[in-house]
Design a binder for this molecule. Structure first.
Ligand code: AMP
Ligand code: ZN
Length: 114
């Protein structure tokens, strides 16, 4: 169990913007962009380095959720970022996709955010 499992199980607070049977999307508490959401599977998986064949559909589902949430939030463009492992900048070892958006100018947008 981890903090994102707690959020998925409603044992920890989060500002949830989307939920379905397999996934949850909530606002990042320390946003790196004007809009910074985290897309997680409800099932605990440490990272992309820990998925196997049986997770293929679930990982694909998370990308479909990203598209759905972007439409829901009326985003005209966005970045999806996945940090993998400590050396990849991962701090929370529960698989998540960062969805970043809402910049007003390209200078801010084209920085690689984590
Ligand atoms: P990563 O470095 O890819 O593991 O990203 C973890 C992200 O989770 C960071 O951007 C944190 O700001 C964010 N985060 C950590 N704890 C929480 C929380 N309780 N609610 C929302 N976001 C969180
Ligand atoms: Zn977890």
């Amino acid at each position: 169990m981890c903090i994102f499992c707690d959020i998925a199980n409603k044992q920890a607070p989060a500002s949830i913007v989307y939920e379905d049977d397999l996934s949850l999307v909530f606002k990042n508490i320390r946003p790196s962009a004007p809009i910074h959401l985290l897309i997680i599977p409800k099932k605990h998986i440490d990272s992309i380095d820990h998925i196997d064949d049986k997770d293929e559909a679930l990982v694909g589902h998370l990308l479909c959720v990203a598209q759905k949430v972007a439409k829901q939030e009326k985003l005209s463009g966005y970045k999806l970022v996945v940090n993998v492992g400590r050396d990849g900048g991962q701090e929370i070892f529960h698989l998540h996709i960062h969805l970043l958006s809402g910049w007003n100018n390209a200078k801010d947008r084209d920085i690689i955010h984590n």
